[in-house]
Design a protein. Structure first.
Length: 415
């Protein structure tokens, strides 16, 4: 990639994450030019796309987001014929012809870095010319690096291609190899928050002291849900996603546990369960993390203050993605928090210690003769259960801002 290409960013898709990615980079100005592929005609023309870009029901107006309440219009130089405009001094080109990544022709527009925000092209094993489209189509169309704004979805039994990697900024971003990796997953908003909640605990206690862990995310609504009840699509498996998000709490699933192992491989040694509940809010989500630790006699007892100190100290070092708070927050307080992958609600951290009795004959990995000799022996271990709450703005602050850092760091690494 040459110097000019390093300053031109391609964005495929202009949904929630696509629009906010434009907002992020229009404010950051690392890229001098942004090319956005919408893939279809929108409304009456470019003016309707601009109307959508400059307003947001969650974050307000773009001008105020960028420059505060005294700001004036930041979208200028509109050229309907060319599909061009300027956003806060950054040149933007809107493409409205092709939906298949291989047809977008990024090379013609000089976009070497592409962020795919559609959530559609997540199987990195599909060839570039797949009729339904493939994330590799972006590479065939001239991009040299592609970031997917969602976790990869591999078919059962398929292996991860050598040129692909999943990273979360501040956790394993150094796993990206600029020589080897061309397709990068930015994981998910939930995995991003969860990784920043789990990593400090593993660094302090080690994997061997974590007996089990589970999480539930109380998650804001997403575009995949319905405003009003509707019939499910053919062969739909989750009927709840077709129910109105406006007036329901909806149980659903999350792939955070599986994706977490890609960014923190040590989690493979820990029994971990992840669940998700969708609620009627626009953004601002919460992870309730439950971890069971084994107490060790020669170590400091695991209590609330120790857990909070781990997060408090972690928030003072590194990249600032982890935030520790002792305020009594509600979800609205988290919206827009700069670069906060996780905001630990220290006020609500809880621990409880108790004894667990184990029949030694049931332990795994013990010789049969030994098992017979301890048939009636019962051992006792001290276990502390910790409950930790972590807020995250699942759209802009926790996810898009970190993905912006990921995008810039990759662009900087390219020669």
């Amino acid at each position: 990639m040459n110097t000019d290409n390093k300053k031109i960013l391609g964005i495929n898709g202009l949904g929630r994450i696509g629009k906010l990615t434009l907002w992020h980079h229009a404010g950051r100005k690392f890229f001098t030019d942004i090319v956005i592929n919408v893939g279809r005609e929108v409304g009456a023309g470019l003016s309707d796309i601009i109307h959508y870009i400059e307003r947001d029901s969650t974050y307000g107006r773009l001008a105020a987001y960028l420059n505060g309440y005294q700001s004036s219009n930041v979208i200028t130089d509109v050229d309907e014929a060319r599909g061009a405009l300027t956003v806060n001094g950054v040149r933007v080109k809107i493409l409205r012809e092709h939906r298949n990544p291989k047809d977008i022709q990024w090379a013609d527009h000089g976009a070497g870095m592409v962020v795919d925000t559609t959530g559609r092209f997540l199987d990195p094993n599909l060839p570039a010319d797949d009729p339904a489209g493939s994330i590799r189509g972006h590479l065939a169309a001239g991009a040299t690096r592609v970031i997917a704004s969602a976790p990869f979805k591999l078919k059962q039994g398929a292996s991860m291609p050598e040129d692909c990697v999943t990273t979360v900024m501040g956790i394993n971003d150094k796993d990206y190899d600029p020589v080897r990796h061309a397709v990068i997953s930015n994981a998910s908003c939930t995995t991003t928050c969860l990784a920043h909640m789990i990593k400090p605990l593993l660094d302090y206690f080690g994997v061997e002291r974590v007996l089990s862990a589970s999480m539930a995310t109380v998650h804001a609504a997403t575009g995949s849900q319905q405003v009003l009840d509707r019939l499910p699509k053919t062969q739909a498996k989750d009927l709840r996603k077709n129910r109105s998000i406006m007036n329901n709490i909806i149980l659903t699933t999350t792939g955070a546990a599986k994706t977490l192992q890609l960014v923190i491989p040590e989690m493979g040694a820990i029994g971990f369960i992840a669940e998700s509940v969708r609620i009627p809010t626009a953004t601002g989500s919460l992870i309730i993390l439950v971890v069971n630790f084994q107490e060790v006699s020669d170590s400091k007892p695991i209590r609330r203050d120790l857990i909070n100190d781990i997060y408090r100290n972690g928030s003072k070092t590194g990249d600032g993605y982890l935030v520790y708070s002792e305020d009594q927050n509600v979800s609205a307080d988290i919206i827009g928090t700069p670069k906060a992958a996780a905001v630990i609600e220290g006020h609500e951290t809880h621990t409880r210690t108790g004894a667990i009795n184990i029949n030694l004959a049931h332990l795994q990995g013990i010789d049969k003769a030994v098992k017979e000799s301890v048939q009636d022996l019962v051992g006792s271990i001290q276990v502390t259960q910790a409950v930790i709450y972590g807020w995250y703005d699942n759209e802009m602050a926790s996810y898009v801002n970190l993905m912006g850092d990921r995008t810039v760091s990759i662009a900087e690494s390219l020669a």
